[in-house]
Ligand binder design. Structure first.
Ligand code: SF4
Length: 330
């Protein structure tokens, strides 16, 4: 498999405050994503996992060249997305597609499915010779009948709308598809269908998939690799099965423990998270997870852990990683 995406030391910041009220609240920059490095090959699926506010959507936007204020390196097919001139960003939009989480509201109610599916071609000045045949091809690709072309979004079920969203994302033949909470708002019975569709399309079209989710069942269903984010940083990244079998970072273990269908074998049962997620405006010193970590020691309060690589290739940031029995090994 060829490398498609290489991200190194990516940082993305938001500006808050300023404006008319700046005397009272001067503008401040919040680092929403910090020091992120990851790799994705053609045909692979990487799930970015984290609680809400962990920075996973900001990370996805930065990778797609839609970041607010991003620095570092995002190499897509060898090109640094963050340094691309405006004129080349349109071409990037063809190669990197988004599937948005709110399927129905991401489709304009004024248009028919046919018009919605042809819109990406119009925007990029690439209208097919036979638009009707193209619409039928796209609908067939996502398992919908050609008769759907005349419907409007409010006439579709949640699952059908999600399939139209997937077809639209694939219209221009992207190499990377970013799916943000791909099954949000869908009935459980339809969720499996949508995940199977994404898996099938990834295989058939040799796509790379980046799936943003807080749902570990989705991760297990579609992703061969996963990255766990906390306060905008990746705390553990590697093969999904290795991480599910033996999480090394206490935060990963706590997330897996909180999921009733993942049977994580940790020392005395389950790791429970204490306290609240700290504010991005006041990142804790040392390991940023130390205030909630059941295994924190004094060193964790002042010494930020470096990225370490385990023998199985996964990377993690913890001074005292967990062993197979769920207790620190060092
Ligand atoms: Fe817990 Fe310390 Fe590891 Fe941070 S470095 S996750 S506080 S044990």
């Amino acid at each position: 498999m060829n490398d498609l995406l290489t991200v190194r030391d990516l940082e993305s910041r938001f500006k808050v405050g300023g404006g008319l009220k700046s005397l009272f609240s001067p503008k401040t920059y919040i680092k929403a994503v910090a020091g992120v490095s990851l790799d994705l090959k053609e045909g692979q699926t990487l799930a970015i996992v984290g609680e809400s506010g962990s920075g996973k959507t900001t990370l996805a936007r930065a990778i797609a060249g839609m970041g607010e204020d991003a620095s570092g390196e995002v190499l897509f097919n060898g090109q640094n997305v963050l340094a691309l001139p405006k004129s080349d960003q349109k071409a990037l939009r063809r190669d990197v597609a988004f599937i948005f989480q709110d399927a129905v509201s991401s489709l304009s109610p004024r248009y028919t499915v046919r018009a919605l599916l042809l819109e990406p071609f119009q925007i990029h000045g690439m209208m097919p010779d036979d638009p009707d045949a193209e619409v039928t091809r796209m609908l067939t690709l996502v398992g919908l009948p050609a008769t759907m072309a005349d419907r409007r979004p409010h006439e579709l079920s949640g699952g059908q709308a999600r399939r139209v969203g997937v077809a639209r994302a694939l219209a221009l033949g992207p190499k990377l598809v970013i799916a943000d909470e791909p099954t949000a708002g869908l009935d459980v019975s339809v969720q499996g269908e949508v995940l199977n569709l994404l898996n099938d399309l990834r295989e058939k079209l040799n796509l790379a998939l980046l799936v943003i989710t807080h749902n570990l069942n989705i991760v297990r269903h579609v992703a061969d690799h996963m990255a766990i984010m906390y306060l905008g940083r990746i705390v553990e990244i590697g093969e999904t099965q290795d991480i599910f079998d033996h999480p090394k970072h206490p935060y990963t273990a706590a997330l897996l423990s909180a999921n009733p269908t993942t049977e994580v074998d940790v020392a005395d049962g389950r790791i429970r998270l204490e306290g609240e997620v700290p504010s991005l405006l006041a990142r804790p010193p040392g390991c940023e997870f130390h205030g909630r970590c059941p295994f924190a020691r004094e060193r964790c309060t002042y010494d930020p852990p470096e990225v370490r690589t385990a023998p199985d290739g996964r990377r993690f940031t913890c001074h005292f990683p967990l062993g197979p029995d769920g207790t620190p090994t060092e």
